[in-house]
Design a protein around this ligand. Structure first.
Ligand SMILES: [Zn+2]
Length: 114
């Protein structure tokens, strides 16, 4: 669970699908929705989620509050991640090529028998 439901980089809404009511208290501490936030673990640094990343823009931000020693350890990893983030999921090809000429299919009616 995160303390934000919006990406601090691209401001996308990170609220996921609703959690089934019967699972909310037992598994999710009363949360009503899943989070789309992606937690990143770095083995050997912290046994658990070290920082969060966005599924849309791919950038990372801190899970831990300033002053936390875990944040200090996470800092270089967050920096490194944002220096070279994974390929954006929503990257789309540029539409700078001219549109292909419209092709009209041959008229099928000439095959009709009288
Ligand atoms: Zn984002």
């Amino acid at each position: 669970m995160t303390d934000t439901d919006r990406c601090p980089h691209c401001d996308t809404d990170l609220t996921g699908s609703p959690i089934p009511v019967e699972h909310r208290d037992s598994h999710y501490g009363g949360s009503t929705h899943y989070s789309r936030t992606v937690g990143i673990e770095v083995r050997g640094v912290y046994d658990g989620v070290l920082f969060w990343t966005c599924p849309d823009c791919g950038l990372a931000w801190h899970r831990w509050q300033p002053g936390s020693h875990i944040r200090d350890r996470a800092e270089p990893y967050v920096q490194q991640w944002n220096d070279d983030p994974p390929k954006h999921r929503h990257e789309t090809p540029q539409a700078d090529e001219p549109a292909a000429p419209r092709v009209t299919p041959p008229d099928p009616r000439h095959e009709e028998k009288p």
